[in-house]
Design a protein around this ligand. Structure first.
Ligand code: PLP
Length: 396
């Protein structure tokens, strides 16, 4: 861990701390719930209104958020190395906001083919209806030279990708986007700002599902869009306003609490996930392949070492000579790993990767069933025992 990273954690821990009023202040930002904002006098109302119009993150109404939201935005800005952060009611809403704000009829968007499934299933139909065309590209097959068009305004990526953790050369893709006059947006839910800092690597927009590791306790839904550039932020803010996106103060407060312990939780998730990944890699009678970029034989390992600061609790594996029914029997036999979507909480989860989603990724072509684990903060020996007993049950 370099000195620069230690500085980051120090800044993230203290960002958004309340100022001293009357010589004292609480450690934590207050939880401020309100719909109406009161003004001392009309001049104050007009002043705040103008500052808001000029792009400052100040509130003239509850929908714009309160001191709680400002503290969270400040902390997330440190985490992502961003000047501007917009909060959204879910990770998917943060992604939709980005597409709707930055694309107009006639525009074209290039999307990595291994992105989070709902981008393809939900956002593509909406944006197609609004006159935007989509092309999917394989991030492992080099730069999308053949697919870029004069109308390409946005390139959308996710590294490591959903389910199989395809790691992409983000700096190269950022240079390519700049060369073609397109913005580069990337989903940073996996890296969460601690493990990966896309804005430092050249991306224009970094999006997180706060729901996952920042929240960290499986008790809130939220998203965030982080940007450096003022003009891109203005376009996002205009659309954010038009859509009336708003996050409850309670959820903003919980997310800020999560930010403070994010780095230490992620370090523990990585430690446990590595133990589980090594166990899986040795279970060659059941497991055909393990997907985890921190393993030296993972195809994304070299890029991961170059661009990332660690790994998280997500480990997937393909079953050897197995049917979908075998995968169902396996996850049903697990006792400690709950079957569930989402991830990033303290608890361990298992999910069979939907075959249709795997089929749309060019990164790995195989019909073998894949199970995604989220390795939680339980004792890893218990997690490995759980996997071992489930493997014994499905062994033939
Ligand atoms: C979960 C997830 C999202 C969506 O977040 P929600 O808060 O569930 O809407 C987006 N991207 C990735 C990579 C995710 O895993």
């Amino acid at each position: 861990m370099t000195e620069r990273r230690d500085h980051l954690h120090t800044r993230v821990l203290h960002a958004g701390a309340p100022a001293f009023d009357d010589g004292a202040a609480p450690v934590n930002a207050p939880l401020v719930r309100t719909s109406t904002v009161r003004f001392r006098d009309d001049a104050a109302r007009v002043d705040l209104h103008h500052r808001r119009e000029a792009g400052e993150a100040v509130a003239t109404y509850g929908r714009h958020g309160t001191a709680t939201h400002r503290a969270l935005e400040t902390a997330l800005g440190e985490l992502e190395g961003a000047e501007h952060v917009l909060l959204a009611p879910s990770g998917l809403a943060a992604i939709s906001l980005t597409f709707i704000a930055l694309l107009s009829p006639g525009d074209h968007v290039l999307v990595q083919d291994s992105v989070y499934g709902p981008v393809r299933e939900r956002i593509e139909p909406l944006l197609t209806r609004l006159g935007v065309s989509f092309t999917y590209f394989s991030a492992s097959a080099g730069l999308p030279e053949r697919d870029v068009r004069a109308q390409t305004r946005l390139i959308y990526a996710e590294s490591p990708s959903s389910f199989l953790y395809e790691v992409i050369d983000l700096p190269a893709l950022a240079a390519f986007a700049r060369q073609h006059g397109a913005l580069l947006a990337t989903d940073n839910t996996w890296g969460a700002g601690v493990l990966y800092r896309p804005l430092e690597l050249g991306a224009d927009i970094s999006i997180q599902a706060i729901t996952k590791y920042v929240g960290g306790h499986s008790d809130l839904m939220q998203g965030a869009v982080a940007v450096k550039d003022r003009e891109v932020a203005r376009r996002l803010r205009d659309t954010h306003e038009a859509l009336g996106l708003s996050v409850g103060a309670d959820d903003a407060w919980l997310a800020l609490r999560g930010v403070r312990t994010l780095a230490v939780r992620l370090a523990q998730h990585q430690r446990h996930a590595l133990e589980v990944a090594h166990y899986l890699a040795d279970a060659t009678d059941i497991v055909a392949r393990v997907f985890y970029p921190a393993l030296p034989d993972d195809p994304g390992h070299a890029l991961w070492r170059r661009d990332f600061h660690g790994a998280n609790g997500l480990v997937s594996f393909a079953l050897r000579d197995a049917s979908h029914a075998d995968a169902v029997a396996l996850v049903d036999a697990l006792r400690l790993f709950a079957i569930g979507a989402s991830w990033g909480g303290y608890e361990s989860l298992a999910l069979i990767a939907p075959a249709a989603r795997l089929a749309s990724q060019s990164f790995w072509r195989s019909g073998a069933p894949v199970v995604r684990l989220h390795v939680g903060l339980e004792d890893p020996r218990d997690l490995i025992d759980d996997l071992a007993q489930a493997f014994r049950r499905i062994a033939r």
